[in-house]
Design a protein around this ligand. Structure first.
Ligand code: SF4
Length: 451
């Protein structure tokens, strides 16, 4: 009988996709996923360490897993053991501890253990080098869209960041492997692929194959209906990339560009490789070439020494920008980072207050963006499942959430939708009667489109 495995995932989308890779590797070695309340023989906890709170949640999950399944081996994998293997090894219930490279070799670690004892080597199995592997995963359970990790690691040195310590140097997948995987996903019925990485803009670094060229390659060699980028640093948004986006109706008009702060003095302390002016110039270039582009940004509040004036600079910059949505984070001190020892910490109360102000601003900006599109027709990728109220739901290519009434025939298809109104969180639309041909809303380049 096959041994049963369950996987619990914490953290980012990158980690979620890696959990699918863990499942793929374990199934190849004869393990089966837990279904219908079976008791697992193995529980994998794929951890995140981005804040102190993430660590605490992972520790609680380890204890909970052991308590609920005393007979199972609990494997703790990923960023938390990568940065702090000794602390993880001490958590009651952790039987096997592996870092980030080790998470793809869990079957071997289980084999070594042969059902008993403990293996808490943690970080010893890491420091991967060479190209990153793309695993041929196509089981996306009824999904219309899929993430594809094309890059890992990071060569920047942001002073607050523990992720770069957990993920090592920048490495990329081979373009031909990425293209083959996009083709597999398209054949499996996926309509939209989001390319992701720890610092995806570093794709192909050191080789003659940057992100823009990869996307052109995907557009030319696959039939995938939409390509999206998950998040990209401002210093990596090149004119070449903007040109590809402007010319292709399949490359979504949406970028999530971490800002972190609108104050140059804070950016300098954060060791971010750009200034406020450079970020603003990038936004102007983007909206100049792609007027309806949807732009999101990460912002961190309460970085050590952040004064009221510096916070207000951020606030005022975002208020007057075309950004439509913010991911707001309160700074969390992480050991082994430069900022951990910075003076003048901002109080917890102030961090919370500043985060709240920016979240309110984000809601206002999103509403403004949705209202801009009321009355217009946009293409929506309709997801495979209706929402709880029975509405169809989906996203436009510039990342506006939409709900609408319509038939099941539109599930998992891109359809033109007339936007009627906007509620608190989504646009409300109606499919255009008798039309299933998506509208073209990109400029065509003088040299022809990329389609
Ligand atoms: S760019 Fe900065 S914040 Fe992002 S992973 Fe690299 S070091 Fe961390």
């Amino acid at each position: 009988m096959k041994r049963k495995v369950s996987i619990e995932t914490f953290g980012c989308r990158y980690n979620r996709l890696e959990s699918a890779e863990i499942a793929y590797e374990l199934e190849k070695e004869g393990y089966a996923p837990v279904i219908n309340g079976d008791s697992p023989d193995v529980v994998v906890i794929n951890t995140c360490t981005v804040t102190g709170r993430s660590d605490a949640k992972c520790r609680a999950a380890i204890r909970r897993a052991k308590l609920a399944n005393p007979q199972a081996l609990v494997v703790v994998a990923g960023c938390y053991p990568e940065t702090n293997p000794d602390e993880v090894a001490m958590v009651k219930g952790a039987d096997i501890v592996v870092g980030n490279a080790g998470k793809h070799k869990i079957a071997q670690a289980l084999g070594r253990l042969n059902g008993a004892g403990a293996d808490k080597a943690g970080r010893g199995d890491t420091a991967p080098t060479g190209d990153m592997l793309v695993r041929p995963i196509t089981r996306m359970e009824g999904r219309t869209n899929a993430y594809l990790n094309i890059q890992t690691g990071c060569d920047e040195a942001c002073s607050f960041c523990v992720v770069r310590l957990a993920r090592g140097k920048s490495r990329s997948a081979r373009p031909q492997e990425v293209i083959a995987q996009v083709n597999r996903l398209a054949r499996a019925g996926i309509k939209e692929v989001a390319l992701s990485g720890i610092n995806v803009g570093e794709f192909g670094k050191g080789k003659d194959e940057g992100l823009a060229r990869l996307i052109e390659g995907i557009l030319g060699a696959t039939k995938i209906e939409r390509i999206r980028l998950s998040s990209i640093n401002p210093n990596n948004v090149t004119d070449e990339l903007i040109n590809v986006m402007a010319r292709s109706s399949r490359f979504c008009r949406h970028l999530h560009i971490p800002l972190q702060s609108g104050s140059d003095t804070v950016l300098e302390r954060m060791r971010r490789p750009y200034t406020r002016k450079e970020y603003e110039e990038l936004l102007a270039r983007l909206t100049g070439r792609i007027p309806d582009i949807g732009i999101g940004a990460d912002v961190m509040v309460g970085f050590p020494g952040e004064t009221d004036e510096e916070f207000n600079e951020t606030l005022e910059m975002i208020e007057s920008s075309p950004v439509m949505m913010l991911h707001v984070f309160a700074y969390s001190p992480r050991e082994n980072t430069l900022a951990f020892d910075y003076p003048h910490p901002v109080t917890k109360d102030k961090r919370k207050r500043r985060a709240m102000i920016l979240k309110e601003l984000s809601a206002k900006l999103s509403r403004k963006m949705r209202e801009r599109f009321t009355g217009k027709t946009l293409n929506v990728l309709i997801e495979n499942e209706r929402d709880r109220e029975g509405y169809l739901k989906g996203f436009t290519d510039n990342y506006l959430p939409v709900k609408l009434q319509g038939s099941d025939a539109t599930l998992n298809r891109i359809v033109p939708v007339k936007m009627i109104s906007s509620n608190d969180s989504r646009l409300v639309g109606a499919p255009l009667e008798g039309s299933s041909t998506p509208v073209i809303n990109k400029e065509q380049s003088p040299g022809g489109s990329l389609e």
